[in-house]
Design a protein around this ligand. Structure first.
Ligand code: MF3
Ligand code: CO
Ligand code: CO
Length: 254
């Protein structure tokens, strides 16, 4: 949790965040065709690291608070922060969230998507679709004068109406030259509560939506967060900036 002041970025800094965000989105696009039965999460990691370096960028997760790899790969019941591993092979019907954060010229671009490996059951597809819609419903709330609680409320209302639950233990975050800073952006909450949004604030929205309980269990590696009931969890993430008249998604390929 973060208690620093919320910083307002200058136009120049926002331009830097847009460059980092664009590279992050392109990295996910680059990895997507590799997401097939038989690929290992280490292969995804190694290609991400190779490609990031080839673009002259750095992988923020590598060495961050001791995280050992360059991306997070979170399969099925893994909520977030899954560690790529040579023994972890994707199979038909799995879902995998790939979360990337390149650093370009000191600034972070943080984005993730959940991919379905081959074909999956309709209820699995529904979880993934609802989670992506949760991200966009959250983003739609962002404009000057809105409150942080508006974002979480919009996400929680929709996720729960669809029969799913919202993870509490991990939240979106301010991001700039610092990977995780103020404000916290919970994906649950109450309209009209929380900090007011101002132009130039930059943060992530990254809802983790579960099939069953929202309760988290940590694995003994100290990173991997799984659902307590081992049911599925999906996640989508963008980095956004509050603009004078609304919001801009910074993690878009272009
Ligand atoms: N990218 C993740 C996020 O959305 C953070 C990963 S931190 C790591 O905030 F150390 F696990 F890589
Ligand atoms: Co991320
Ligand atoms: Co993030």
């Amino acid at each position: 949790m973060t208690t620093e002041p919320i910083v307002i970025l200058s136009q120049r800094e926002i331009d830097k965040m847009r460059q980092a965000g664009s590279l992050a989105a392109k990295l996910l696009q680059h990895l997507e065709p590799m997401v097939k039965p038989g690929v290992t999460t280490l292969e995804l990691n190694d290609e991400a690291e190779r490609w990031t370096q080839a673009q002259g960028a750095k992988s923020a997760p590598l060495g961050y608070r001791g995280f050992p790899k360059s991306i997070c790969t979170s399969i099925n019941e893994v909520i977030c922060h899954g560690i790529p591993n040579a023994k972890q092979v994707l199979k038909e019907g799995d879902i995998i969230n790939i979360d990337v954060t390149p650093i370009v010229d000191g600034y972070h671009g943080d984005t993730s998507k959940t991919f379905i490996v081959g074909d999956a059951a309709p209820k699995v597809q529904k979880l993934v679709e609802v989670t992506e819609k949760c991200l966009y419903l959250g983003i739609s709330e962002v404009k000057p004068g809105a409150r942080v609680g508006d974002i979480g409320a919009a996400i929680q209302e929709y996720a729960e109406a669809q029969g799913f639950s919202v993870v509490r233990d991990f939240v979106g975050h301010g991001i700039n030259r610092i990977f995780h800073t103020a404000p916290d952006i919970p994906h649950y909450g109450t309209r009209g509560k929380g900090k007011r949004l101002r132009p130039g604030m930059v943060f992530t929205i990254e809802p983790m939506i579960n099939e069953g309980t929202y309760e988290v269990e940590m694995l003994s590696d100290g990173w991997t967060a799984v659902t307590r009931d081992r049911k599925l969890s999906a996640q989508f993430e963008h980095t956004v900036v509050v603009t004078e008249d609304g919001v801009e998604i910074l993690t878009q390929a272009n």
